[in-house]
Design a protein around this ligand. Sequence first.
Ligand SMILES: NC(=O)c1ccc[n+]([C@@H]2O[C@H](COP(=O)([O-])OP(=O)(O)OC[C@H]3O[C@@H](n4cnc5c(N)ncnc54)[C@H](OP(=O)(O)O)[C@@H]3O)[C@@H](O)[C@H]2O)c1
Length: 404
Amino acid sequence: MDSVLIIGAGAAGSVVAQKCAMNRDVFKKIHLASRRLKSCVDVAARCKTPVEVSQVDADNVAETVALLKKVKPDLVINMALPYQDLPIMDACLEAGVNYMDTANYEPRDEAKFSYTWQWPYHDKFKAKGLMAILGCGFDPGQSNIYCAYAQEHLFDEISQIDIVDCNDGSHGKAFATNFNPEINLREVTQRGKYWKDGKWIEIDPLSIACMVDYPEVGPRKSYLIYHEEEESLVENIKGLKQIRFWMTFSDNYIKHLDVLQNVGMTRIDPVMYKGNPVIPIEFLKELLPPPSSLGENYTGRTSIGCIFVGKKDGKEKRAIIYNVCEHNDCYKEVGAQAVSYTTGVPPVVGAMMLFQGHWGGKGVFNVEQLPSKPFMDEIGKQGLPWTMKEIKAADQAELFAVKT
Ligand SMILES: NC(=O)c1ccc[n+]([C@@H]2O[C@H](COP(=O)([O-])OP(=O)(O)OC[C@H]3O[C@@H](n4cnc5c(N)ncnc54)[C@H](OP(=O)(O)O)[C@@H]3O)[C@@H](O)[C@H]2O)c1
């Protein structure tokens, strides 16, 4: 296998294409397709080696099948939006191509992301002898692989996981989201959720917060939100008793979010305006800066990792595995900010794992079900080095004390 088709030439898709184009020993043929040809042409111009381009509307299965039959890739990396997951999976099944994405499916008319739509494709992919790899970005993606690595190499049993995600950067805009605005706002405005003692506990949006001490950043206020990797990790990390996801939001972000919500601008249902139906969140997305435009003046860094509590050789053990990524370094390398970069590098390494035979299987897989070691060995070389540290309860005093 050596031929890849990337669908979606946005902020993160641009990083995927450029990184594949820097690894021609693995990716002999690279094709980039998106809803607008201009997006592909612009990204291809940034790539260090030649990348072919096409226009495709990935909502249209027949159109995508025709492209797949023309290009004949070994793998599609879906870097478009979660809405396109199922149509692209259907097209892959019809054309006989392996599939990978970074975000799970959600329907346009309901802000609910879940694997319950994609997991049932397992038997169809298996029957065709194909592999679908779900959620191979940073979180989900790298975060799941940190968990798999901790389970396989650091712990005998993991009882508690806190995924901690900090963007301690500044893009200098009044308000912007670091990935697709529509998807980002749908994610953060829904009810929070975490898993404890075998059941899901729902909370009001952004209603629980605590200080998390982020490596190379320091203590930052972090909100408990629901994130999609929790759904698969509760299935795949044995003996797990609790998993939570924490993310930082600046006071400025929360202020804008409150106003946008209060005036109805984050609504996902159509509103009639001058006789035409308008979906407020789709209109809002057109007003906000695209995430691909934020890199140039972005300062600061992201610090994202997983904090584990468990047992090793009968003794309690606590550890963190994390990556720190500088916005400015990402911009110098590929013209992107660190959120796009941390999203775009893992699918490239995932594709390498498949092409080099480290990952394989027939059916639908979350990344923590696949060998973590070869991925962890490669990801640092591709730009996202990781650190593992044992910690004490006192190092994350608020996080371990917060009542949930
Ligand atoms: N796992 C993670 O860590 C993580 C983190 C952040 C984001 N993500 C996911 O990454 C994906 C991309 O995010 P982003 O920030 O790169 O968003 P983005 O900049 O808005 O890019 C999305 C791209 O999808 C393309 N697209 C939309 N509809 C399409 C269609 N029907 N057919 C073909 N192409 C279509 C658009 O193409 P045109 O430009 O051609 O119109 C756009 O460039 C999202 O699914 C997001 O949820 C994952």
